[in-house]
Unconditional design. Structure first.
Length: 133
């Protein structure tokens, strides 16, 4: 997955997997891609560095952590979805992905938000998944 750092001149530096959509959601149309990274942690660190460099407000929570927090918020309060995710950690990555997708359907999330939840949960539990699967 690619993480794009975008610049809305005079406004902000941001990070997204879909900058065109994200910029539109924020009410803008003009932006430039400053950098792209395949590692979410590098993208998150660079976003903060560039925010400082350009003199913009610096995010309190790095991009990678905000996705995890967002995922937790979407999943908390939905015991069936959470149970499906935890149960899936005993299976192969494909089964984990399928189970997460099923949990996202239970939460009535659209495809884009489902991918954020899946990636956030996978990132959060990556060490466990890689160790035991």
């Amino acid at each position: 997955m690619k993480y794009y750092i975008y610049h809305i001149e005079g406004v902000k530096i941001g990070c997204s997997t879909n900058p065109k959509k994200r910029v539109r959601e924020q009410g803008y149309t003009e932006y430039q891609i400053v950098e792209s990274h395949s590692d979410i942690r590098i993208a998150a660190d660079r976003e903060l560095e560039l925010q400082k460099q350009y003199g913009y407000k610096v995010d309190c929570v790095p991009y990678n952590q905000s996705l995890i927090n967002w995922s937790k918020k979407k999943i908390n309060g939905h015991p069936k979805a959470f149970k499906t995710i935890v149960k899936s950690l005993d299976n192969s990555f494909e089964k984990v992905y399928d189970s997460l997708s099923e949990a996202c359907r239970d939460l009535d999330l659209d495809k884009g938000n489902s991918l954020k939840v899946i990636n956030g949960v996978y990132s959060q539990h990556k060490g466990f998944i890689l160790k035991y699967i």
